[in-house]
Every structure is written in structure tokens, then in C-alpha cells.
Design a binder for this molecule. Structure first.
Ligand code: FES
Length: 350
């Protein structure tokens, strides 16, 4: 190989060495090493260390007080109390106080831990060589020894005030989460299994808001009804109508196939829950000739002339029927509540 093919061979030896020396000095990735360790004021002056200790203890104590404040706010403020706070405007007093106290409690634990680490724990940099993933007994012993040394250097054994207040703050903070469990609300008890329908309650036409008479319901029509006493401006109207909603059709009595259905109807007028037994959508489409109703959500289809049984779709349960009759004045009325829960059919599997 000629010198033209390998230019390095054509360099004088001294020049090559000199070039190499320059490259090492200009290496941008050279390890700069550790700066000399400078002791902190707390390392030199026990009074400064005590001051830092008091600051840390103060922060942990503040965290404890904030957690107590969180619980007190939860008990003291009603959920609908609104207050004006500049610059936020009108806000819920409960949400504001819960947010502020929990924020202070968590912040103070963090700030206390950071101040403790920066001023009182050892700040000597420690380098650890990479080692195989599976630890040998010697390494495990070393880790334990390091852990104990770290615990000793953090002074947690010596600084009793910090240790006590830190454990107090850490023990109290989880109580905030326990208290919030109450917001999951009261147990439903029997509320999901019953509706507002009861013996003697009139059927109110949801379009006219007038009580329905038997002659108002003609063959081929679909009427939606709700129980007497339910008002659209009631605060729990939506909760109640989600269970009470009723659909009413009139079928020629001889077209009704199911015996119980015929007995629970009044002269061919049948009343069924409007809430689909799949996942609870309101049913709204009625096919006059077949007496099929269709849920628009996932196309479950029910046959109202045959006990509202499912003839298509994912619903697993017939629509519950409401037993109805007519009172002395000719108005349609319920003869009781549904005899099974309305809505999704998970009830039968629970
Ligand atoms: S909710 Fe009616 S079919 Fe799914």
C-alpha cells in the first residue's frame, strides 16, 4: 500500500503524537470529574442545623393541620354553599376549602422532605459501578449496609422531632382519601328496584300533562306517560323519570297472546316500561301492524302483543309490564308498582 492510499503513514511521527495530544485536550466528552465538596452551613454549625430541623418540622406540622382542616371542611361546609373569592369569582366553598387544604397538606410534606434532604441529609456524592443484574449475597449485604448508612446519615434516628412529625403527616394524609369515599353516595338500597308507580296513581300523558282516559288511547297510537305527582321542575325529575317512564298502546284484546298480559291490561290498553332492558335507552319506535317496538340504541325489538318479549337484539329480558285499570271517573290508573325492576336485565344475574 502506498502512502497515497494511507495518508496517516505520510505524517512524521512527532506530528502524529502532537496531533493526538491536541485531540485529547479538545475532547468535548471528557469526564470533568466531581467538583470539590463544599460543606454546607448546616454541616459546620449545629445551630443552623437545628434551624433547618425546625423548618422541616414546621412544614410537616402545617401538613398535619391542613389535613385536619380538610376533614373539618368536609364536615362543616354544605355542598351548596357558594362564596365569592377574588379573582376566582363565585365558587363552591366546599370544593375551595378541600382543594386548598389538601394542596397545602401535600405541598408541605414535599417541601419538608426537600428541605430536609438539601440541608440535613448527607450531600456527599456517591458513585456506584454498574454491576450484574442478579445480585450476589455480597452485593445484597452491601446494599443493606448502604441502606443502614443512608438511614444513619439522614439522621432520622437522631432527629426525633423530624421523625415524629413526618410520620404524623404521612399517617394523616391518607385520611383525606378515606373521607372522600363518602362522596360515593348513599347505598341505593331498594331504590333501583322500585319506581314511583303505586296503586291508584293516575297515568299522566307526557305530551299534554293531563291524566289519560281510556278513550284517549286509540288503536295504533303510542303514548308516553308518567305517574301523577311527578313534576318536570322537581330536582329529582330526571332520576325518577328514568325509572317511571311508561309507554301505552291499545291492541285489539284478541291479538294479545299472553294471558297475564291480557289480565294486566284494560280493554286492550297495555302499559310497559319505556326503559330498554339492554342498557336502559328509552324506547321510542312503534310499528302499528306488528305491535313491535324498537330501541334505537342497539335495535332490540320487543313484541308488545306477546308480553313484550325480545324478538331481536341484545336485550336479555322482556319489558316489565305495569298493571293498570280505570278509576271511578274513567281515568287510567296504576294498580301497583312494576313487579320486577325496570331497565337493564343484570338484575336477574346478580
Ligand atoms: S339499549 Fe336498547 S338495545 Fe341497547
Amino acid at each position: 500500500m502506498s502512502s497515497q492510499e494511507n495518508p496517516e503513514e505520510s505524517l512524521p511521527a512527532e506530528q502524529g503524537d502532537a496531533h493526538g495530544e491536541v485531540a485529547r485536550n479538545d475532547d468535548p466528552f471528557a469526564d470533568p470529574g466531581l467538583p470539590p465538596h463544599k460543606p454546607r452551613i448546616q454541616d459546620l454549625d449545629e445551630r443552623a442545623a437545628k434551624r433547618s430541623e425546625r423548618v422541616v418540622a414546621f412544614l410537616f406540622t402545617l401538613s398535619m393541620l391542613a389535613t385536619v382542616g380538610f376533614i373539618a371542611s368536609f364536615v362543616a361546609f354544605p355542598i351548596d354553599r357558594i362564596v365569592y373569592v377574588w379573582p376566582l369569582g363565585h365558587v363552591s366553598a366546599l370544593n375551595l376549602s378541600l382543594g386548598m387544604t389538601l394542596g397545602i397538606a401535600l405541598f408541605c410534606i414535599g417541601a419538608g422532605a426537600v428541605h430536609w434532604a438539601r440541608t440535613l441529609m448527607s450531600d456527599v456524592e456517591v458513585a456506584d459501578e454498574r454491576h450484574p443484574i442478579s445480585a450476589t449475597p455480597e452485593v445484597k449485604a452491601k446494599v443493606m449496609a448502604d441502606f443502614k448508612a443512608g438511614a444513619q446519615e439522614s439522621a432520622i434516628g437522631r432527629r426525633k422531632l423530624i421523625r415524629t412529625t413526618m410520620f404524623g403527616a404521612l399517617a394523616l394524609v391518607p385520611l383525606s382519601g378515606v373521607v372522600l369515599l363518602r362522596d360515593l353516595g348513599p347505598l341505593p338500597e331498594k331504590r333501583l328496584r322500585t319506581t314511583s308507580w303505586a296503586k291508584g296513581k293516575l297515568l299522566i300523558n307526557q305530551n299534554t300533562m293531563e291524566p289519560l282516559r281510556a278513550e284517549d288511547v286509540v288503536v295504533g297510537s303510542l303514548t308516553f306517560a308518567m305517574p301523577e305527582g311527578l313534576k318536570e321542575d322537581d330536582h329529582d325529575f330526571n332520576t325518577k323519570i328514568a325509572k317511571d317512564a311508561l309507554m301505552i298502546v291499545r291492541i285489539q284484546p284478541d291479538e294479545i297472546k299472553d294471558k297475564k298480559q291480557r289480565e294486566w291490561a284494560h280493554e286492550g290498553i297495555v302499559a310497559y316500561s319505556k326503559i330498554c332492558t339492554h342498557v336502559g335507552c328509552p324506547i321510542s319506535l312503534y310499528e302499528q301492524q306488528t305491535h313491535h317496538v324498537l330501541c334505537p340504541c342497539h335495535q332490540s325489538t320487543f313484541d308488545l302483543s306477546d308480553g313484550a318479549r325480545v324478538i331481536f337484539g341484545p336485550a336479555g329480558h322482556a319489558l316489565p309490564q305495569l298493571r293498570i285499570g280505570v278509576n271511578g271517573e274513567g281515568y287510567l290508573e296504576a294498580l301497583g308498582d312494576f313487579d320486577e325492576p325496570v331497565g337493564p336485565s343484570f338484575w336477574e344475574r346478580g
